[in-house]
Design a protein around this ligand. Structure first.
Ligand code: AMP
Length: 479
């Protein structure tokens, strides 16, 4: 998970980075960091907690310069240690370098032990440091960032959107399968890249397009330039970004997430109509789905669970007991809307089943007669190795249970998940171009002990250039 942003803007970077990270807060609440460059010096600040807690006006005014990168972290690889907070900052020869990454590598251990055998040391346990080490090694060999990124892409396996600042230049690249989202925007006096378009909206900037899978973007004070480093046979955009992770108002790979969720809500009714008094969402993640369900079914949408907006995500509570208690504080049922009612309860996903079970208990205590649970994703069957924090198969309630057994466990009157076909159709991207690992147990790249359907990736060299010509879309930039 995690959110990243990089910007070069003649009006200064730090405040813009702050607001962009604020817009990406849902992608990681554990820590936040910003590095900027003022033409001579690197300035950096990072800490544990939410963006608004880590940064203050004096801190932001010390982060001088027109170029900078930022990160919000939700850990997948690398424990919750202060040294793992990003961006990671390095001094390499006479250059100040700063790197931040969203995603997860699956060959970290192998790469790390290769470096360690060669006597290299690491200061963090993140896969981001491995990426940085490879890049520095290759930049010193080739003297070209393009070549270094190409070799890096050949060596690392997994999901990665990376933003790197060398001096005042921002480099950004996206893995050849395009697993994690990454987009480019035009700010008032410069350009930016960000994990999601909401970060671009936050600056009142203009979304230009997504970073192509396998593309390297370079932003400096002169403008922006894109170079295709690798071209995949197929893409593998993370399906869970559309289901849960991204903000509903983001446009990812050309698709507005809100529309996908609303359409799935309509499909949930079409696939298995039910009679009920009201449709209620589990706020906020289930709301767009519930609105779609209400539209499709003509059953009124009635808010029956009120969310305490000042509480973090319950999922991140460390123990099962704490997670169960936290649901009650986070969501309060409204008995007047529930007493003796038959309710369609809509949420985006069931992972461990803790949340749904507890919510259903609360709604029954508040008097609900029937609770028809509808879920905007198919059952989650397998872990994610590519950047979404999903528990092991043992903890996933549906990994070895049929839908009716899950229904029984969470004590719903009925339970239906949307079909994979409807989900894919709602997204509107070819199924072969989506990563459905958590839903099917089949991954877009080789992972030890798991099934995979991989596709050839072409790394661009001189002979490939001709073929690339027919692949490139018209360049939307006027540079
Ligand atoms: P549970 O079934 O209790 O494990 O929690 C499922 C709820 O957590 C869903 O309603 C989602 O909104 C949310 N959720 C799903 N996946 C994640 C994730 N990877 N990290 C945090 N929250 C999640």
């Amino acid at each position: 998970m995690c959110g990243i942003v990089g910007i070069v803007d003649a009006g200064g970077a730090s405040i813009k980075l702050y607001y962009s990270l604020y817009a990406l807060q849902h992608r990681g609440q554990e820590s936040a960091g910003i590095s900027t460059f003022d033409g001579t010096n690197l300035h950096k600040f990072k800490g544990a907690g939410l963006v608004a807690d880590v940064f203050s006006p004096p801190v932001l005014s010390d982060l001088k310069g027109d170029a900078g990168i930022g990160h919000v972290r939700y850990p997948t690889t690398g424990a919750n240690l202060p040294e793992n907070i990003q961006p990671l900052n390095f001094q390499f020869r006479e250059h100040s370098i700063s790197v931040a990454h969203n995603g997860n590598l699956v060959n970290t251990a192998e790469l790390r032990s290769g470096f360690e055998q060669a006597g290299q040391i690491f200061t963090t346990t993140t896969d981001t440091e491995i990426i940085a080490k490879i890049l520095m090694d290759e930049i010193s060999t080739f003297g070209s960032v393009e070549e270094a990124v190409k070799v890096c892409m050949q060596k690392i396996r997994g999901s990665y959107s990376v933003v790197m600042m060398i001096g005042g230049i921002i480099y950004a690249f996206r893995d050849p399968l395009g697993i994690k989202p990454f987009c480019i925007g035009k700010t008032e006096r410069g350009y930016m890249v960000a994990s999601e378009s909401v970060a671009i909206d936050a600056l009142n900037a203009k979304l230009l397009r997504d970073v192509h899978p396998g593309e390297l973007i370079r932003i400096d004070s002169e403008g922006v330039k894109g170079t295709r480093i690798a071209v995949p046979g197929k893409r593998a955009h993370c399906i869970f970004e559309y289901v849960y992770f991204a903000r509903a108002d983001s446009i990812i790979d050309g698709v507005l997430v809100y529309d996908v969720r609303r359409r799935i809500g309509q499909d949930l009714f079409k696939e298995d109509p039910v009679k009920a008094d009201s449709v209620c969402s589990v706020p906020d993640s289930g709301t767009a789905y519930a609105i779609g369900y209400a539209e499709g079914s003509k059953i009124p949408f009635v808010e029956s669970l009120m969310k305490n907006r000042y509480m973090g995500r319950t999922f991140i509570m460390p123990s099962q007991k704490e997670r169960e208690k936290a649901v009650r504080i986070k969501l309060n049922p409204i008995p007047a809307h529930l007493k003796d009612k038959s309710v369609v309860l809509v949420d985006d996903s069931i992972v461990r089943g803790t949340t749904s079970k507890r919510i259903i208990e609360l709604m029954r205590e508040a008097g609900a007669r029937e609770i028809h649970m509808r879920i905007g994703s198919p059952a989650i069957k397998a872990p994610c190795y590519l950047g979404v924090d999903m528990p092991t198969r043992e903890e996933l309630i549906a990994s070895n249970r049929e839908e009716d057994e899950v229904r029984h466990k969470i004590t719903a009157t009925t339970l239906r998940h949307v079909s994979l076909d409807s989900l894919v159709e709602a997204i509107g991207i070819d199924r072969e171009d989506l990563c459905t690992g958590c839903l099917t147990g089949c991954y877009p790249l080789a992972i030890e002990g798991e099934r995979a359907k991989t596709h050839e990736i072409d790394f661009i060299d001189a002979t490939y250039q001709a073929k690339l010509g027919s692949f490139e879309e018209p360049d939307p930039f006027s540079f």
